[in-house]
Design a protein around this ligand. Sequence first.
Ligand code: NAP
Length: 301
Amino acid sequence: MEPFNKLAIIGLGLIGSSIAHAARRGKLAKQIVGHDASADVLKRARAVGFADALEFDIGAAVADADLVILCVPVGAMKAAAAALAPHLAKGAILSDVGGVKGSVVSDIGPLVPKGVHFIPAHPIAGTEFSGPEAGFATLFDGRWSIITPPPGADAGAVARLKEFWQGLGSQVELMDPAHHDLVLAITSHLPHLIAYNIVGTAHDLEAVTEGEVIKYSAGGFRDFTRIAASDPTMWRDVFLNNRQAVLEVLGRFNEDLSILTRAVRNGDGKLLFDFFTRTRAIRKAIIEQGQDSAAPNFGRK
Ligand code: NAP
């Protein structure tokens, strides 16, 4: 693809730094400029060295950029967009990576100056780590990124952003923001809520088990603790901003859990076996589509 002249990345945590690494790998921008609200993050980003320039001034970071990507927590999107909007160049693409799309569209949309193309996106790729040291160039390889263009979005700008995400290693799908939020509520947001909950419950039981939950933690519990170690700010903001879709899937989840509870109480082995067989097939399909490793214990030792 034709590289962007200046890529400005706002927020230099896991996702922002990974975009910088992958954009450099793919030669997707002639210049990569980073900004973060935290002087400490900027200092650490400088030490890692994934950007050509780092700016504490958000206006200077986005000036003359033809692609600006907001990589801050969903709850910080509005303030960051308000601060940078007056400095955006005409014809620039303004995008983001937020895990919720409906709230980002309503928070940022009204702030976008005329002549700037606002095209939200969300890479379905991440780890439980945060900060500028956490990023790596291969994070998006083979994973899906969802672009949610607003009605009437410029087709050329959408195509440019699609090309960019493909250059970062992603497969790209276009989606309506509300549909994105419902899909992610079940595939990402609810699993995180369940993980936070089960680890919290186990921690409360520590008083009873005197350390045994951690000492003898079996694979199932350990996998939940990995997810429950995810960034508290990011996940607080996801639940504050995707409330409706999360409550909808949580209602379904509670109904299904009641069915399993009753099956356990009644010793209904057939129901349990059939249920677990169906879910095992889903795991198989995810591996067949290249979205996870088939190695035992995810390849961990
Ligand atoms: P992260 O590692 O915590 O990085 C976010 C960075 O943004 C931090 O350095 C933070 O600084 C900075 N920041 C906060 N408010 C800011 C502001 N107003 N202006 C400039 N910088 C600001 O988080 P992340 O995991 O990269 O997540 C960033 C975004 O990516 C979120 O919207 C999230 O929904 C989305 N996302 C995350 C994942 C994932 O798995 N992590 C996957 C896909 C998409 P401080 O630390 O000093 O606050």
